[in-house]
Design a protein around this ligand. Structure first.
Ligand code: CA
Length: 355
């Protein structure tokens, strides 16, 4: 009897204990930072065991962090479903005069570096310029969130993607240690993307290169390192030099089943043709059907090839890859036109400048 009531008391305590601990840690986070959170403590212990980080040192760094409400709001999927997003609005945001003009001067300023990246990594200058333009307007907007706090917020307070962001948090701490920088000093996007090309920490460690020869990789300050790293990222993800990116397509009938195949090329252009998708391209080339939807307008269809898919490895969205491709095309044409203009005979320039 006594035993039983003791057991009962014990089980009540066991139920009550986690609740009070949770309440305690929630208020403790506000008062003393994330280092009080049991999951953070377990993460820190793991960083010690796996990578030899000092527990007291990491605990002090997490102690100054709080769950960032802006980050946690920004990560949530948009209220508007994917299919109601507007390609037209998206394109206006990224393929515009500002990014074209900025890209042309970026290209001019870094012409030799871009040429070197093209020679080494096989990726055209205009594609590298376009990615940096879409990501940060050529380094102007690299994000103002503390990367450690952003990643910790997502790792421990956003359950749907906690595994992914715990991985990125681990990679970020390793990256900071390798580069001898304080993790608290790095700013980036709400999702923890860093620098001129907005690399996530795992991509930074795997794909970034020193491209200006100062023996360190600095994607925040060095445009050359950013250029070389974007080239290497695309190369490592399978960029095929000289191959096309995408072509417009005309669709007859309902393309739902073809769209359901996804954005990784899985049918040949001829196979698409047999199923009502017409495009001007090599019949043997593998492609994926891409739909660009704008509400209250006709959907735009394209066939995206391997290189289109490779761009989606940078950001897994057809809108993103198409914006990069179209900005790159506009940059390439304008760059060529200017180069042709510069090569016009001196007599023309003289006559232009004469009164
Ligand atoms: Ca460097």
């Amino acid at each position: 009897m006594e035993n039983q009531s003791l057991k009962h008391l014990a089980s009540n305590l066991l139920v009550a204990l986690p609740l009070s601990l949770a309440a305690l840690s929630a208020s403790a986070e506000q008062a003393t930072g994330l280092s009080q959170n049991p999951e953070v403590q377990a993460f820190i212990a793991g960083m010690h065991e796996q990578h030899g980080f000092d527990i007291a040192h990491l605990t002090r760094q997490f102690a100054v962090l709080r769950p960032n409400a802006t980050v946690l709001k920004a990560i949530r999927p948009p209220a508007v479903p994917e299919k109601q997003r507007s390609w037209e609005r998206y394109r206006e945001r990224f393929v515009n005069e500002q990014r074209l003009a900025g890209g042309l001067s970026f290209w001019q300023k870094h012409a030799a570096t871009l040429q070197r990246a093209e020679a080494i990594h096989g990726v055209p200058a205009e594609v590298i310029v376009a990615i940096i333009g879409v990501e940060t307007i050529y380094g102007q907007h690299m994000g103002s969130f503390g990367v450690l706090e952003a990643l910790a917020s997502l790792a421990f307070f956003y359950p749907p993607r906690s595994e992914f962001f715990r991985g990125e948090l681990e990679q970020f701490l390793l990256l900071a240690r390798e580069n001898g920088i304080s993790p608290l000093s790095v700013k980036g996007s709400y999702a923890g993307a860093i620098g001129i090309p907005q690399f996530m920490p795992s991509s930074h460690r795997r794909f970034a290169v020193d491209f200006d020869g100062d023996d360190r990789i600095d994607l925040r300050q060095s445009h050359a390192d950013a250029i070389g790293s974007v080239g290497r990222f695309l190369q490592q993800h399978g960029w095929q030099t000289g191959e096309p990116v995408a072509v417009p397509a005309a669709v007859s009938g309902n393309p739902a089943a073809l769209l359901a195949l996804g954005i990784k090329p899985s049918l040949s252009v001829s196979e698409f043709a047999a199923q009502g998708v017409a495009a001007v391209a090599d019949g043997d080339r593998a492609a994926a059907l891409i739909d660009l939807v704008t509400p209250a307008a006709a959907t735009e269809y394209w066939l995206g090839f391997n290189n289109f898919y490779v761009i989606t490895r940078y950001n897994r969205s057809s809108f993103y890859a198409m914006a990069v491709f179209q900005l790159a095309e506009a940059l390439r044409q304008e760059h060529a036109a200017r180069a042709a203009g510069n090569h016009s005979p001196p007599a023309t320039r003289a006559s232009n400048s004469s009164p």
